[in-house]
Design a protein around this ligand. Structure first.
Ligand code: NAI
Ligand code: COI
Length: 367
């Protein structure tokens, strides 16, 4: 990969490669854009095929956070970290503390949280070395695990997308195919089950599938079968790029609404599903609940206030659908426009010099 060329094309600010021999830490912190504020985005731990794949994931995920934070109305930029390793085998205390020191070295340009493969306990270890971490244990006055809140936001956004496709936002009786029933999707399934939806689930983790079958009466299918099942809504909640040349021809769903980041393999896939008449709830709009929740910590965490903001994901998805119809553009383009316009407006309004400019983290770092 030609890193500088890629970073220049998509306007990235910084890529930090962190190595700590003793703990085995191999981390890539990527900061995409800090126009709106410090970059906030989670840390993913995953067994990447090779280093290029890890760097590419960090780059794509960080850019997604810029758009997510902007579209959610947060005064935060976009960043993300990937740690190379197996979260079930390769974690240790020193690793997360070493990582915490690397974050501290960025002096507030990047704030982390959970993502796939990392937990509240990992964030607690990072916190021993830096203040620039969220999603820490509630005992520290923090918001804890963001997944249930992300799940609630996805549920709200799914209802808005259903309204657009079916004329009603009730999910009662709707058949929903859920790919990956991990932290977010398990909690999402709870809401869907309570509303009377019928669930079809798949996961590479058989225990996760079993739990959904037992608790929600879900029907289990093989991982490759999930794309072609008869359903109303496809909810991608595992990893990215599952909307691609191979899967699109199999889809029967009228709505795509799920938690995964970077669901479209390429932008052209957003165009194709739009032409097919599928209502696509753009990933970074619908899955913003977690970041909205952890971002609230920066003001002194208040759960009710955070949940009120998360409720608005319904309105955000409805707005994106409205713009898509009005301007005859795919929903992913409508979402990108919302985010880009907000960043641009903020860029242009930063013309005045202000001594002692108030930093979003001023309270935390005691300035
Ligand atoms: N946790 C959060 O608050 C947020 C998560 N997201 C995104 O949502 C997605 C899910 O996140 P979490 O639930 O936290 O992760 P998780 O790791 O708890 O759940 C992901 C699940 O997908 C399964 N999976 C992986 N590959 C699969 C495949 N090929 N087929 C079927 N299942 C597969 C895993 O076994 C796991 O159970 C990720 O893309 C994440 O980046 C986005 C915003 C916030
Ligand atoms: C998990 C969140 C707290 C932040 C994030 O990285 C995301 O929304 O993807």
């Amino acid at each position: 990969m030609e890193i500088f060329k890629y970073m220049e094309t998509y306007d990235y600010e910084q890529l930090v490669i962190c190595q700590d021999k003793q703990s085995g830490l191999k981390a890539i912190i990527c900061i995409h854009d800090t126009t709106l504020g410090p970059a906030l985005g989670g840390t993913r731990m995953w067994t990447y095929e090779n280093e290029d794949a890890a760097i590419e994931d960090a780059l794509r995920l960080a850019k997604g956070m810029t758009y997510k934070n902007a579209a959610a109305g947060l005064n935060l930029g976009g960043g993300k970290t990937v740690i190379i390793g197996d979260p079930r085998k390769d974690k240790n205390e020193e690793m997360f503390r070493a990582f915490g020191r690397y974050i501290q070295g960025l002096n507030g340009r990047y704030i982390t949280a959970e993502d796939v493969g990392t937990t509240v306990a990992d964030m607690d270890l990072i916190r021993q070395e830096t203040e620039f971490v969220t999603g820490v244990s509630p005992a520290f006055g923090s918001s804890g695990n963001p997944s249930p809140v992300t799940a609630y936001g996805v549920y709200r956004g799914m209802k808005a997308a259903a309204k657009e496709a079916f004329g009603t936002d009730s999910l009662e009786g709707k058949v929903i195919a859920v790919q990956g029933v991990g932290n977010v999707a398990y909690n999402m399934c709870k809401h869907l089950h309570e509303e009377g939806a019928q669930l079809i689930v798949t996961d590479i983790n058989k225990e996760a599938v079993q739990r959904a079958v037992e608790e929600f009466g879900a029907k289990a299918v093989d991982t490759e079968e999930i794309y072609s099942v008869d359903c109303d809504i496809y909810a991608p909640c595992a990893l990215g790029a599952t909307i691609n040349d191979e899967t699109i021809p199999q889809l029967k769903a009228k709505v795509i609404a799920g938690a995964a980041n970077n669901q479209l393999k390429d932008v052209k896939h957003g165009d194709i599903i739009h032409e097919m008449g599928i209502v696509y709830a753009p990933d970074y709009v619908i899955n913003a609940g977690g970041v909205i929740n952890v971002a609230d910590e920066l003001n002194g965490y208040n759960h009710d206030r955070a949940m009120k903001k998360v409720e608005l994901i319904y309105d955000n998805i409805a707005r994106v659908c409205e713009i898509s119809k009005r301007d005859s553009i795919p929903t992913y383009v409508a979402a990108d426009r919302l985010a880009e316009e907000r960043i641009e407006r903020n860029k242009n309004s930063r013309s005045q010099f202000l001594l002692n400019d108030r930093h979003i983290l001023s309270d935390r770092i005691g300035q």
